[in-house]
Design a protein around this ligand. Structure first.
Ligand SMILES: Nc1ncnc2c1ncn2[C@@H]1O[C@H](COP(=O)(O)OP(=O)(O)O)[C@@H](O)[C@H]1O
Ligand SMILES: [Mg+2]
Length: 113
């Protein structure tokens, strides 16, 4: 199995969640995070016109564990739905997952995801 952690714009969460459910992946966690990327935040115009650096930006982290064979499809759904083409669209991190256990039944592995 793979764990897919997608850092996306918070305003894209609903659309990505719906697109993933539509594609057959209803199970996920969403966490509100603050983060920064290569641009180290953004610079906004302050009240007096002075530049104000916003170091950490609000982002959403979506976390799903899926079968190996589904990982590419899930990433493509996220990318197609979350992309605006502007700086700050986010990143996806993929890691191997050793084991999954469904607590209710004790099932393990890909049939439990
Ligand atoms: N190397 C990283 N490790 C963990 N999280 C990251 C990393 N790079 C970016 N992020 C997260 O992704 C969000 C969006 O990054 P983004 O600005 O699109 O990336 P970049 O500027 O590196 O192209 C950041 O606010 C942060 O939450
Ligand atoms: Mg950036």
């Amino acid at each position: 199995m793979k764990k897919i952690e997608a850092i996306i714009r918070p305003e894209k969460v609903t659309a990505v969640k719906d697109a993933l459910a539509e594609a057959g992946f209803p199970g996920l966690n969403v966490v509100s995070v603050t983060g920064r990327g290569a641009q180290k935040g953004v610079v906004r115009q302050g009240r007096g016109g002075q530049p104000v650096v916003i170091d950490m930006l609000a982002k959403a982290k979506m976390e799903l564990v899926v079968a190996d064979a589904d990982a590419d499809r899930v990433c493509n759904v996220i990318i197609d739905t979350a992309r605006t083409g502007e700086i700050g669209d986010g990143k996806i991190f993929i890691t191997n997952v050793e084991e999954v256990i469904r607590v209710r039944t004790g099932e393990r592995g890909e049939q439990a995801v």
